[in-house]
Write a protein that binds this ligand. Sequence first.
Ligand code: PDD
Length: 281
Amino acid sequence: MTIYNQILTEKEFVQQDRLTYPFEERGLQFGDGIYEVIRVYNGSYYLIDEHVERLYRSADAIKLTVPYPKEDLYHHLEKLLKVNDIQGDAKVYLQITRGSAPRDHAFPAIPQPNMYAYVKDLPRPVEKLKTGVHAITQPDVRWDWCYIKSLNLLPNVLAKQTAKEQGCFEAILHKEGEVTECSSSNVYLVKDGKVHTHPPKKNILHGCVRLGIERFCEEESIPFIEKAFHLDDIQNADEIFLSSSTAEVMPIIQIGEQTIGNGEPGNITRTLQKCYEKDAK
Ligand code: PDD
């Protein structure tokens, strides 16, 4: 995997090894910041408008000013791919923090946000997309405002690590049995030809790929039901899948001891994978 050299900051492009952070950086001390992970296919952004809109929404929600106006951000993000000569599949990680100031929970009087965005190769997870993956379930112990893509990811990190230690790809999160989303993706249950997923309330991240899936369902006349399903529904599910900018439309074929459907990726998941591939081209 290559990390490319040129990193976009709040002021200019800098060489990767020149980027340093002050010790009283609020992103480090308080997780006081937001981020985005944007997919790149064949050197072009996928769902860029959705990501940029969500970035500004997250910034508004935590009273943070994005250092660039929207048009300039688009321009600089395009330049990021150009200066690093990106032609293949990659991801861009972008984060903005409230900057550095003497440590105090309250905001600094005049915050000076720190931002950086870098690009890294990211091949498509083709093998897993074919075979499907295993998942576990975990209680969702996060706060009520998960629609903000904030840097506070400790509960997500711990849930994902537990999944990994059990040889699984993801942790499906639930609040008292009601499934919200996964540690770093949205999750869907298919029953009798209908796709069920948690409504886009404040307690889940409104995934950009989730918006794509809603659109694909409409195009394919597949009912898309925004109502949370329950852990108990899993045993009778026909199919379960997850979505994110890095995992795409990923079939889940086993959850804990429970095999999903016949243990292979199902027809609706396959259809939505095809829609995704077509859309991302
Ligand atoms: N995560 N839910 C959570 C909690 C996420 O962290 C993500 C994305 C998603 C899917 O969002 P999108 O479709 O916009 O990628 C849902 C990214 C990939 C990450 O943190 O690495």
